[in-house]
Structures are given as C-alpha cells and as structure tokens.
Design a protein around this ligand. Structure first.
Ligand SMILES: [Zn+2]
Length: 325
C-alpha cells in the first residue's frame, strides 16, 4: 500500500491534516433528517468555541474592577479548564476554534445583547459609551467570527456540530453538584438529543465512573451562543451542545485532569463516529475499533482514569519514514 493511500483525514497525527474536521457520511446516516445532496453525501463540520476561557481585563477597563478582584479570580470571572479543554478538542478532532480569554465580567459572550447579565456588576453601571465600546471591541468580533464559520460551513453544504466548552463550580449556594460532566442541549432538536445520547454512552464505555448528566447543571435551552444559532438555523443545519466539566477535576490537576480531558475527546470522537456510521448509541464502543488511533484510554478501579497518547510512529495512517541512503 502506498503511503498516500494510508492517509486519513480523520487522523490528527497524519501529516498534512486538514484545518477543520470534515466527515463525509452516507445519506442514511443523517440522523436529524437533513436532506442529502445529489451525491447522497452530507458533510459534518465541527466547530469548537470557548466563551469563558480567561479572566483577562484589558488595560483601559481595569479601573472598573478595582473592587472586584476576588470575583474576577473566582468561577464568576471565567471557566477554569474550559480553554485547555477547547484547545485539545479542536486540535485532536481537527476543528476550528473560536476562544476568548477576556473575562465574562467585562462582557459575557454567552449572553444575548439586551440580556440583563450581558454586563456584570462591574460594568453595568459604566457610561453607555464605555459599554458600547466593550461591545464593539470584544463581543461583536467574537460573535461574528463564530457566525462566519458556521455560515461558511452551511453554505458549503455542511451541517455544523458546535461544541461550546465550559466548566461549572462543584458547589453553588451550598449545594453540591453531583455530576462530573454536563451536556446541555435543546431536547426539541433531534440531532442534539441524539448526539448527547451517543456522547453519554461513549463516556460510559470510556470511563464508567464518570457521572455524565444531560441538561445539568443548567437547562440547555437557556440564553447563550448555541441558543443564538438555534434561533437562526434549522435543526438539519445546526447542532449545538454546551459541554460542562466539573471544576473539581480541574482543581485536582495533573494526570487526573489530563485523563478526564482525554476521555472527553475520545468519547466525543467515538460519538461522532457512531453518529456517522448510524450505529446504535448504546453499542459498546469500547470493544469496537477506536476512532482516534493515537489515543488510548482505559479506566482503572477506583475511578482513576488512565489515558495516554500512543507514539505518533504507531499511528497506522502515518506514512512510513523515508530511509536515509
Ligand atoms: Zn461558561
């Protein structure tokens, strides 16, 4: 077999991988009823976003936060762990990433214009022209970039699968949240319900000790970037899911948090693969071939997650090395 024949567009270790995730699936795999093109093909395009990736306050606005430093450093200021999770999803699943490291307390990129919590206590009372400048400099460019990628994929005949990366505090108002991972979606959108069911089943196969709950700790239908797209795009063209990771895993850091992130990527890859293949979401993916050949994930007794990346050299899609003569 020639090296060129072994190339896989799905494999992130292959040389010359595309800059975005593309998967050509047969028309029968269209789970949400999207009409297929004349060739019977639909292209799914994955997009990763991260609205709450950091707690940065640009210099011209720092004066607004002198009394809010503690809030800025807390889970209210940003979503710890969400950015690295988004970056790894984008890198390993070869998808474009739209991310912000500006604090949600400056302006919340996951709230609609006009929403009472678009601005925080620190910025809500700022002069109207200051708020307008924040909107124009930070909010609108982010939203435009995400929208451009979504519209472009759809105009190319694709269906967008948008994963918005977030994390949640383990305890809120004295109440402990009892999930490790939350998958937020709109139950009225069949494509979203289907993908979340598959993703949850994949988590179970990869790491049975992780508790995954759907539409927890928040309802998926609430205001946000996914809701913005749902209002404008039909279910056949847009699938939007908010991924929520419990910050207790981020705080444990080290190998544990790395392992959880690897499981997140692996399970999403398996869920997308089963979706494309049209197989049952309850199929035991652990016994089937791994979609991403360079990731190996196992879960050990006691909830410890072990995950490691295989040496790139072992990737079956990688072209053989040229021998020196
Ligand atoms: Zn968030």
């Amino acid at each position: 077999m020639k090296a060129r024949d072994t190339y896989s567009a799905d494999c992130p270790t292959c040389a010359g991988s595309p800059t975005r995730y593309e998967r050509i699936v047969s028309g029968t795999a269209a789970m949400d009823g999207r009409a297929t093109d004349s060739g019977g093909l639909v292209t799914d395009c994955l997009l990763i976003t991260c609205e709450h990736g950091g707690k940065r306050i640009p210099a011209p606005y720092r004066y607004l936060f002198h009394a809010h430093q503690a809030l800025l450093d807390s889970h209210c200021g940003y979503d710890p762990g969400a950015l690295i999770m988004a970056r790894e999803l984008a890198t390993l699943l070869v998808a474009p990433l739209v991310a912000s490291t500006v604090s949600r307390l400056l302006i919340d990129l996951n709230r609609s214009v006009g929403h009472p919590r678009l601005y925080s206590d620190a910025t809500r009372k700022a002069p109207a022209e200051v708020r307008q400048r924040i909107l124009e400099h930070f909010y609108q460019p982010y939203r435009r970039k995400a929208e451009r990628l979504v519209r472009q994929a759809i105009s190319d005949g694709g269906r967008v699968i948008h994963i918005s990366s977030h994390s949640f505090t383990p305890e809120l108002d004295g109440k402990v949240r009892d999930a490790d991972i939350g998958l937020l979606y709109d139950p009225a959108r069949p494509g979203e319900a289907d993908l979340c069911e598959r993703w949850k089943a994949s988590f179970k196969a990869c790491a049975p000790d992780l508790r995954v709950r759907r539409n927890y700790p928040y309802a998926g239908k609430g205001d946000g970037l996914t809701a913005y797209f749902r209002l404008r795009l039909p279910p056949s063209a847009y699938v939007g899911i908010e991924l929520e990771a419990n910050q207790k895993h981020v705080l444990r850091a080290g190998r544990h948090w790395t392992g959880v992130r690897n499981v997140i990527v692996e399970s999403l890859g398996s869920a997308l693969a089963s979706r494309c293949a049209g197989t049952s979401p309850n199929a035991d993916t652990a016994q089937g071939p791994r979609w991403w050949p360079n990731i190996h994930v196992t879960s050990a007794p006691g909830g410890k997650i072990q995950a490691k990346y295989r040496n790139q050299e072992s990737c079956p899609h990688r072209p053989p090395r040229q021998r020196r003569t």
